[in-house]
Structure formats: structure tokens, C-alpha cells
Write a protein that binds this ligand. Structure first.
Ligand code: SF4
Ligand code: SF4
Ligand code: SF4
Ligand code: FES
Length: 948
């Protein structure tokens, strides 16, 4: 296997309907107007030496290495900054050019350490390559003059170093940070010979505004900015293209390997979701895959109080099967179930729901999407007819107005946020609707046109007030509504939103946002050109989560902002495969492709394929399974890659449910919180150890490719296969591609998908079938999936979770860039330097009233429970609102969240909890006990891992 090479054409592509023809070294070439000579030449295989140019960045023209001669033009212009012209005649290789290039290179090398053989970049250094290309043999100036060779290194970032001695001041890093990442953390400080790259105001990289995305490292043509892993392990020898296993953006990476060791993850330029960019998690936070706490051997125990006993795979599988069979014999067929994971592949997820439906003989299958985006499924299906976001990410490049509601893209979906920021810097307008002043509201060169800091729990009131403005001020796109939507439903909806009780003025006391701001935002959305709506869990995780999704869809239809590029309704999916786990039939009532289990035609097709009758009644959702367990009716659960004891609401109830079961099987990488209540632990494999596919937030199906053998001996899909066989329902697949073939056979929206086709096209956005053989980037172009768009009335019903004298503040939760969900993976990487604990954000006014300062321990209590954490006093949150993350199990923010949930889908209401905050002396008794228990469990884990 070799390294996957990617070409660098020197400058970005230009789009133009007009083509220009020129000759380069006597060869004709035709390119779109605006293309650089450098790129035009590269297109016909003519390589012009370059240092400061790369096709990821706009040309800068500083290194002068790419000089060319042009007929009828004086001098030797830089080919990277000179656009092509009709009839232009260009020479790239002449004696004069060679002399000039060698001279420039000589100057660079005279101020560069001569340590190529021991340099980490040796073999992957553009300076070295170009020095060879221009034929530099000697440096006439010697190395004794003034130089930077003694400049101090900055090793502060855990993942990369900055060695100014090697810097050629090409500014690629600065431009990468500006243009690609949009953080603007770097600058060239000083002048002339004293010019050097500086992070923020001359701070270390770690202390600066840098978010460790690594774009500058990737852009650097020398070893000035280089991954520490490359220095430690050496240059990679081969690479495999795969997909990030963190968030729903779905970035493509080249996993660059030396033997079996990952040297680095390099964002893949051909990746359609990320176009060569990444965030700190995907690029750097893969160390958990070899963390010493990973469990690599199956374990069982009789009772959850007993110590774990390491066993063979055969014994563990036999135990699972015999226990599950016993439980069904004693308590009935419905007494067991399974939970699929949005971290696992489509193939693994499909297999697990098949095991439950065909092997267990019931539909007690659910997924962690239950607790995040199940309302998206319900809301978008009800209005548009299908349960998915409408656009591809590229669509944002054509948006004029971007509304972000209940999402924090710079932390949650960072690579897409960078893309969005680029569009905003280019002039698109931004509306942020969020209780918190998220980074996007004011970030370099971006100021939101409107920030509506609504009270948590009032999304539907806000959305309906926006609709009121659109309907009453004559901003409805009547033509779109007439042609594409159900008119009767529209009229009914319009009459409802028109009512004075839904006006911004009437809703201002409810939402806490001034009416004029609501009116301004509504007018901008309706009249500002292409308007796109992006939302996240701040919409779905509410008692009216589904209603809010419907309300967003209503707005898009009323204004005609749906069915073309630049517009749409776009859920920002949390986990890497949330979309896929829903697509694959993980919900108890739906088979793959969102077809109801009661639909006999669909069921018959599955029964024929799977060779067994299926239950036609929907099974239990996760909360119902836990309730039934507490009630004594539900006894066994197979949980694949999901930590419900930490991630699900009302932890006390979750634990009670788990404790009430007789056989809990947990399949995971680490002894997670849920594993404390398990009887069988099956070690899971990481994304680096398996083949399959993930589907990102754009419905984009992408390959996950194995770069190393599973350290535990089996990929997750093989474990499910073994359990199925032991349960008496053998399934026969030799490779995950065969599982995808079955998915395609049984799921019309996946009909054209196969591993071969994915290898050929790179990725495919479903629906992919005869009508759309290469997939569907933008949905509902010529009509809604359900036919006519359906407007639905969205009556605001306040949540039952109310503030009062005992609990006067509202808690809302979210996540930060460096950590991921319950933190099981990111906490086991050096990302921990950026977030060592969860903190409670509290407004200065509320903090003052309670005598709380930043850094103080505070007790956070609600009707459900209490926890302690340290405070961060900030006006990012409004008075009356507090906010925290949920990445650390010893904080357990979900101890305080309630069991209220979305009326349609049971998605928990994480985002609204009435709480009180008071000074405290440190962790609660419960937390101390919990920490001791966790430490005990980790002690169990370590010798096992060490024994591997
Ligand atoms: S790592 Fe990313 S954010 Fe940090 S300086 Fe480099 S490009 Fe900028
Ligand atoms: S650090 Fe690298 S990319 Fe940045 S100016 Fe120096 S050589 Fe160029
Ligand atoms: S944005 Fe998401 S998918 Fe991309 S690298 Fe970061 S975590 Fe991975
Ligand atoms: S590559 Fe053109 S000036 Fe540097």
C-alpha cells in the first residue's frame, strides 16, 4: 500500500462560464476566466516551482518562486497571482527563470537550519523539494550572517510544534487560519528580516485564540509547523481514506500510517463534506484508540456487585445468548431489547436492529438518536415527507441569509462553521436565535445582524412570532405556496399565526426578546434572498421539540426557502452517524428507510428476505424500556456503543432501570458509566479497525475503511453476528459490503448504494436510486417527497418545567469544541488540556446575588437531583439562565435534568431545567461516592488492558 497522493494545483479553482485559451511552453490550454497561470499550467502537467501558493488558499505572491515569462510583458510576473488572458503565451522554463529561482532559493536556505536528515519533515518538505527542483547546489552567502536559527521553539500545543528557525515567512499558515478556519489567530509580526509568525498577541499557541484545527500545520511547506506525532513516529509510509468518527459533519481523512501505527490524520481534499479541512478532534484526538484503559477482552459477572471475570469470546457470546433466551422463556418475548449507536457504522446498526427484530422476535430496538434528533425525523416527515436535512454543506456558499437556532456550530460542527463563516465574511447576513451569546454572534469580521437571546423553552413561541410577521406583513412567497404546498393547510396555518396572540409584541414577554428584534429578523429571513435555516439540539431537546422542527419547516415553505441551493432546513446532527442510525431502522416503529413496521407490504418484503415473521407492533423506546424494567417486565438489554447512564436524562431513573434488569450487555471501548450496571462486557472496536459506512448530516454516505486489525479480535458487526448465531438466528455475511447490499436491496432510498459505487464516486447522498443514480445533494427540488408541502399549526405550550422561588434559574446545556459528548474518547486524549472540568456559566447579576465568583464551587440543584461544579461568571448567558457542558462523568449534569420529553418522540427535554445555584464546598456526597466507584472500576480496567 502506498500513500494516497493529492495534487496541488497551486491556486483555487475559478468558476466562470467564459473559457480562456493560452499556451504554456508551447502547449495550448483552456481554463475558466480568472484562473491563475500557475493553475492553468498545472492542469496540463507543467509544474512551476512554488512555495507560498497552494490550491487551498488564495494566491499571495510573496515567495517569487513561481516566476514566468509572458510574451509582450516586461519582467517575470508571479504565475500564482497573474490570471490567464486570451492568447497569452507563457514560458515557465528558461535559463533566466532558472537563475532567478535558484537565487531566491539560495536566500531562503542561507537562513534555514541544515538538518534535513534529522528533520521530522524530511521527505515531506516543499522547501526541500523545490530546492531540488531549482537545482540549488551551494549557498554562496555562507550561514554566518544574521539569521533566525536560534529562535526558540513553541511546544505549547499538545499536538504540534512551531519552530521559527525553519520558517520562510510564506504566510500560508496565516492565510489558512484566516481563509480556511476563520479564526484569524495568526499574524506576521515585525517587518522585513524581523518578520515572524505570531499567535494572537505574541502568546504561545496554547494560550492564544488558536483552536488547534491544524489547518496551518497542513499548509506549512516546511517543518516549522509540524505534528509532534510525525516527529515521534517518523514519516508515514502508506495511507487509507476514511471518515471521522466524531461529529455529523463527516470529514474525510487520510489515515497516514507507519506499519500499524497512525502517524497523523490528514483531512482529505476530495472529501465532499470538508474539502480538506478538519477540527481538533478529527485531526488530532485519535489517541483514545490505543489508550491503556481500552478493554480488549470480553468479561462477565453474575451480579453487578461482583468483580469482572475475563473470558473468551465464545464464553461471553454463549452467556449473552443463554441469558437472553432464558429471559424470554421466563418473562416472555418482549422482555429483552437492544440499543444501537450513532457512533457505529450503518452496517453494524442495520445488523443490530435485524438481530432484535428477527432474532429476538420483537421490535424493542431504539437508538441514541432518541435523545437528540428524533423530533427532526418526526417534524420533517410531517411537513416535507422525509426525515432528513434538505441541503448539502456546499449549499451555504449560495446563502444570503443564514439563521442559526439552537446550535453552536463553531463548537459542535466546527468544519461546517468555518465554511459558514467564510460565506458570512463574504457578505451573507446572520441571525442567531439562542439563549447564549455563542461565538458566531461576534467573531472576527462577523457580526450577527440579529441575536435573539430567547428564554430556554420558548422556541415555538419565537418561531410562531416570526411566522406572524411574515404572514401579516405580506412577506409570504405566494407563488411557491400556491404551486408546492397544500393550500388548505396553509390557509389554516396562516389564520393561526395571524392571530394577535402570536404577534412579536404578545410573545415578547414569553420569549424575553423585544418585538422589534423579532420583526427585524423575520423580515431579513423573508426578504434577504436565499435564506437557510440551520438548527441543532437547542431545537429538538424540548417538550415541544417536534413542534419547533415543524415550525421551522413552515417558515421555509411560507417564504419559498426550500428546494434549491442556498436555502433549506438543515439539522446539524450531533454524532457521526445519527442520520445513518435513524436511516437504518433503529427506531422501534420503523424499518430502514423510515417505513412503518405496521405497513404490511414492507414487512412482507423483509420477512421474505430475512426468512422469519416479524412483529407488526412497534416496540419499546429507551425510556419505555427503562420504565418497564423498573416495573419488572423488561429484563435484558444489549447496548452497543451507547452510555445511557451518562447521556440520558434523569440519571437516577436510568440507573434504577439498569439495576432492575437481569442481563445488561454493554459493548464499548471503555468501561463506561453504563458498564457499571452490566453483566456482560463485550469490547468494541474503533473506527480505525473496521469497514463500513457513516452517513453525515447532509445524508452523505461515506466509507469507513479499516487501517488496522481490531485490537479486541473482532469488529463490532462480527460480534452481533456471533450473538445472532448463538440465539438461533444465524446471519451470513463475509464482509460489511454484503450488509450494505442487503440494505440497498430492502431500502428504496439506498437502492443505488454499494461499496463499489462509493469507491467510485467518493460519497453518495441518499436518495440514490434509478431516478438519482449519483445521489441527491438538494432535496425537494421539484416537489416535496410527500407531494404537497404540509403546513401544521404550532401552538405554543409552555413546558411543565417552570421556574419558581425554589428553582428560579433555567439551566441549558451544550458542548465545547475540544470535547465530545460524554467525553469517553476525547477525555482520553490530550484534548483534556482545553477542558479539564465542566463549568457552570452564570450571569454576573445572578452570581452577585449569590456571592459567587469565577472558580468557586457551586451546587446546582433541580427537582431531579443535585451536582456540584465550579462557576464561570460571564455575560454570555442572560440573567436567569445558566449553562453547562456534560463531558465529565464526575459532574453528571444529567443528574439534574428532568424526565420531561418531546410530546411526539420522547426526546428528553435536556435544554430546560429549573434550577437553583448556591455556593458549595466541593463535590456532593453522591459525586464523591461516584468518583470512588469510578476509580475502582478503572483499577479493574487497567490490569486487564495491561495484560493484553
Ligand atoms: S491550528 Fe487552526 S486555529 Fe490554530 S493557528 Fe493553526 S489554523 Fe489557526
Ligand atoms: S510557519 Fe510555515 S506556513 Fe507559516 S509562514 Fe512559516 S513556513 Fe510559512
Ligand atoms: S468537524 Fe466533526 S467530522 Fe470534522 S473533524 Fe471535527 S469532529 Fe470530525
Ligand atoms: S508561489 Fe507564486 S509567489 Fe510564491
Amino acid at each position: 500500500m502506498a500513500l494516497v497522493e493529492e495534487s496541488d494545483l497551486g491556486t483555487p479553482a475559478r468558476r466562470s462560464e467564459q473559457n480562456v485559451t493560452l499556451t504554456v511552453d508551447g502547449r495550448p490550454v483552456s481554463v475558466p476566466a480568472g484562473t491563475s497561470i500557475l493553475r492553468a499550467a498545472a492542469g496540463i502537467g507543467t509544474k512551476i516551482p512554488k512555495l507560498c501558493a497552494t490550491d487551498m488558499l488564495e494566491a499571495f505572491g510573496s515567495c517569487r518562486m513561481c516566476l514566468v515569462e509572458i510574451d509582450d510583458r516586461a519582467g517575470t510576473p508571479a504565475s500564482c497571482t497573474t490570471p490567464v488572458a486570451e492568447g497569452m503565451v507563457v514560458r515557465t522554463q528558461t535559463d533566466r527563470l532558472a537563475r532567478l529561482r535558484r537565487g531566491i532559493m539560495e536566500l531562503y536556505i542561507s537562513d534555514h537550519p541544515l538538518d534535513c536528515l534529522t528533520c521530522g519533515a524530511n521527505g515531506d518538505c516543499e522547501l526541500q523539494d523545490v530546492a531540488g527542483e531549482v537545482g540549488l547546489r551551494e549557498v554562496r552567502y555562507g550561514y554566518a550572517g544574521e539569521n533566525h536559527l536560534a529562535d526558540a521553539k513553541d511546544d505549547s500545543n499538545p499536538y504540534f510544534t512551531y519552530d521559527p528557525a525553519k520558517c520562510i515567512v510564506c504566510s500560508r499558515c496565516v492565510r489558512a487560519c484566516d481563509e480556511v478556519q476563520g479564526t484569524l489567530a495568526l499574524t506576521i509580526a515585525g517587518r522585513g528580516f524581523g518578520s515572524r509568525v505570531a499567535a494572537s498577541a505574541g502568546e504561545t499557541f496554547l494560550d492564544s485564540e488558536c483552536v488547534s484545527c491544524g489547518a496551518c500545520v497542513q499548509a506549512c511547506p516546511t517543518a516549522t509547523l509540524i505534528e509532534k506525532s510525525v516527529i515521534e513516529v517518523g514519516q508515514p509510509e502508506h495511507s487509507v481514506v476514511t471518515t471521522c468518527a466524531y461529529c455529523g459533519v463527516g470529514c474525510s481523512f487520510k489515515a497516514e500510517m507507519r506499519g500499524d501505527t497512525v502517524v497523523r490524520m490528514v483531512p482529505f481534499k476530495d472529501g465532499k463534506a470538508n474539502h480538506g479541512h478538519s477540527c481538533v478532534k478529527g485531526r488530532f484526538a485519535w489517541g483514545y484508540t490505543t489508550h491503556r484503559e481500552r478493554i480488549l477482552k470480553p468479561m462477565i459477572r453474575e451480579r453487578i456487585e461482583d468483580p469482572w471475570r475475563e473470558v473468551s469470546w465464545d464464553e461471553a457470546i454463549a452467556r449473552v445468548a443463554s441469558e437472553f433466551k432464558r429471559l424470554q422463556t421466563v418473562y416472555g418475548r418482549q422482555a429483552i431489547g437492544g440499543i444501537t449507536s450513532s457512533r457505529c457504522t450503518n452496517e453494524e446498526t442495520f445488523l443490530l436492529q435485524k438481530l432484535v427484530r428477527a432474532g429476538f422476535g420483537n421490535n424493542n430496538i431504539d437508538t441514541c438518536a432518541r435523545v437528540c434528533h428524533s423530533p427532526t425525523g418526526y417534524g420533517l416527515r410531517t411537513t416535507f415527507g422525509t426525515s432528513a436535512g434538505t441541503q448539502d454543506f456546499d449549499s451555504v456558499d449560495q446563502s444570503d441569509v443564514i439563521v442559526v437556532m439552537g446550535a453552536n456550530p463553531t463548537d459542535g460542527h466546527p468544519v461546517f462553521a468555518s465554511r459558514m463563516k467564510r460565506r458570512l465574511r463574504a457578505g451573507a447576513k446572520l441571525v442567531v436565535i439562542d439563549p447564549r451569546r455563542i461565538d458566531l454572534v461576534h467573531t472576527p469580521h462577523i457580526d450577527a445582524a440579529w441575536h435573539l437571546p430567547l428564554k430556554p423553552g420558548t422556541n415555538v413561541a419565537m418561531l410562531t412570532a416570526l411566522a406572524h410577521v411574515i404572514v401579516t406583513e405580506g412577506l409570504v412567497n405566494e407563488e411557491f405556496v400556491r404551486e408546492r404546498c397544500d393550500l388548505a393547510a396553509f390557509e389554516e396555518w396562516a389564520a393561526f399565526v395571524r392571530e394577535p396572540r402570536n404577534s412579536p409584541e404578545a410573545m415578547a414577554p414569553v420569549t424575553g426578546v423585544q418585538a422589534e428584534s423579532i420583526r427585524g429578523a423575520a423580515r431579513l429571513y423573508a426578504t434577504g434572498g436565499n435564506a437557510a435555516f440551520y438548527y441543532g439540539l437547542g431545537i429538538t431537546e424540548h417538550s415541544q421539540g417536534s413542534t419547533a422542527v415543524i415550525a421551522i419547516a413552515n417558515l421555509a415553505m411560507a417564504t419559498g426557502n426550500i428546494g434549491r441551493a442556498g436555502v433549506g432546513v438543515n439539522p446539524l446532527r450531533g454524532q457521526n452517524n445519527v442520520q445513518g442510525s435513524c436511516d437504518m431502522g433503529s427506531f422501534p416503529h420503523e424499518l430502514s428507510g423510515y417505513r412503518h413496521i405496521s405497513d404490511s407490504a414492507t414487512r412482507v418484503m423483509f420477512e421474505a428476505d430475512w426468512g422469519t415473521p416479524l412483529d407488526n407492533e412497534p416496540g419499546l423506546r429507551i425510556p419505555n424500556m427503562l420504565d418497564a424494567a423498573v416495573g419488572g417486565r423488561f429484563k435484558g438489554l444489549y447496548i452497543q456503543g451507547e452510555d445511557i447512564a451518562q447521556s440520558d436524562p434523569d440519571t437516577t431513573h436510568v440507573i434504577a432501570g439498569l439495576k432492575a434488569m437481569e442481563c445488561v450487555v454493554v459493548q464499548d471501548l471503555f468501561l463506561c458509566e453504563t458498564a457499571h450496571y452490566a453483566h456482560v462486557f463485550l469490547p468494541g472496536s474503533t473506527f480505525l479497525e473496521k469497514d463500513g459506512t457513516f452517513t453525515n448530516a447532509e445524508r452523505r454516505i461515506q466509507r469507513v475503511r479499516k487501517v488496522m486489525e481490531p485490537r479486541n479480535g473482532l469488529a463490532d458487526w462480527e460480534v452481533t453476528l456471533a450473538i445472532a448465531k448463538a440465539m438461533g438466528y444465524p446471519m451470513h455475511y463475509a464482509h460489511p459490503s454484503q450488509i450494505m447490499d442487503e440494505i440497498a436491496r430492502l431500502t428504496p432510498t439506498f437502492a443505488g448504494v454499494s461499496f463499489d459505487r462509493l469507491d467510485e464516486l467518493g460519497s453518495i447522498q441518499w436518495p440514490c436510486n434509478e431516478k438519482a443514480p449519483e445521489g441527491t445533494p438538494v432535496m425537494h427540488m421539484s416537489g416535496f417527497v410527500r407531494g404537497l408541502g404540509n403546513f401544521v399549526i404550532t401552538e405554543y405550550v409552555p413546558t411543565d418545567e417552570r421556574t419558581g422561588p425554589r428553582f428560579p434559574l433555567l439551566l441549558t446545556t451544550g458542548r465545547i469544541l475540544s470535547q465530545y459528548n460524554v467525553g469517553a474518547q476525547t477525555r482520553r486524549t490530550q484534548n483534556i488540556v482545553w477542558h479539564q472540568e465542566d463549568r457552570l456559566e452564570i450571569h454576573p447579576h445572578d452570581a452577585d446575588q449569590r456571592g459567587i465568583r469565577t472558580g468557586d464551587w457551586v451546587k446546582l440543584h433541580s427537582r431531579s437531583g443535585a451536582t456540584s461544579l465550579r462557576a464561570l461568571v460571564t455575560d454570555r448567558v442572560a440573567p436567569g439562565v445558566v449553562y453547562t457542558t456534560f463531558h465529565h462523568p464526575d459532574t453528571q449534569a444529567n443528574v439534574v435534568t428532568t424526565d420531561y420529553s418531546d410530546w411526539a418522540t420522547n426526546c428528553p427535554e435536556y435544554k430546560v431545567t429549573a434550577v437553583q445555584v448556591s455556593p458549595s464546598n466541593g463535590p456532593t456526597d453522591w459525586q464523591r461516592h461516584y468518583q470512588a466507584e469510578s476509580a475502582q472500576n478503572q483499577r479493574i480496567a487497567q490490569p486487564l488492558a495491561a495484560a493484553e
